[in-house]
Ligand binder design. Structure first.
Ligand SMILES: *[C@@H]1O[C@H](CO)[C@@H](O)[C@H](O)[C@H]1NC(C)=O
Ligand SMILES: *[C@@H]1O[C@H](CO)[C@@H](O)[C@H](O)[C@H]1NC(C)=O
Length: 180
């Protein structure tokens, strides 16, 4: 009985110790949760010799943005302004798959791979369905690495320029993320 009373009186100290260790680990490994917003521009060449987005075709299958099952591989340069000559911050690398039978939605699986001084070596992972023919498409940001560890949030995409003769478009992405 005496031993039990001693253990009970120690309990608050044990709890305080455990909480301090957890707090220390959290602060040490992850830092503070931060909110960041950024607007980035994807320079997208969807045809021609220097295409940065290409359909993945199997034995000459017909493909189109509207054709269910069409897969596109992409490696778009990402710039800080609409001007394609402006500073490049990274690349949008990944795939899109037309995922709705009627062609209206594409599934986006893209890594924003930063290469600039500020965020080089860090990534943001964009994943989700996109109503590809709507003016503004919202897709989830489901993760990140480096400066964006445990990122979560969303991005809205809007095609702000298109030139069919050059198979060239500029897509504005407004990112809102919480990360450590
Ligand atoms: C592709 O890039 C090369 C080298 O930069 C350039 O000379 C050529 O005009 C480009 N072709 C197209 C179709 O944009
Ligand atoms: C994205 O951000 C830009 C720059 O702040 C703004 O002009 C534009 O309206 C935003 N687009 C959307 C769809 O919210």
């Amino acid at each position: 009985m005496a031993a039990f009373i001693i253990e009970m009186t120690k309990l608050p100290f044990v709890i305080v110790l455990v909480i301090s260790i957890l707090t220390f680990l959290k602060a040490d490994e992850l830092g503070e949760l931060k909110r960041s917003s950024m607007t980035l521009y994807f320079q997208d060449y969807f045809g021609g010799n220097n295409a940065t987005m290409k359909p993945v075709t199997f034995s000459g299958d017909a493909w189109s943005f509207k054709q269910f099952g069409t897969i596109f591989c992409t490696d778009d340069p990402i710039t800080v302004t609409m001007d394609q000559g402006s500073a490049q911050v990274g690349r949008a690398q990944g795939i899109y798959v037309t995922s709705a039978l009627d062609g209206s939605n594409t599934h986006v699986l893209i890594s924003v791979v930063f290469t600039n001084d500020e965020f080089g070596g860090s990534t943001l992972e964009v994943q989700g369905t996109s109503k590809q023919f709507e003016r503004v498409r919202e897709v989830a940001v489901v993760g990140g690495t480096g400066r964006f560890r445990l990122a979560r949030g969303y991005v809205t995409f809007e095609t702000v320029h298109i030139d069919l003769s050059l198979s060239y478009s500029i897509i504005e992405g407004n990112f809102t993320i919480w990360h450590y």
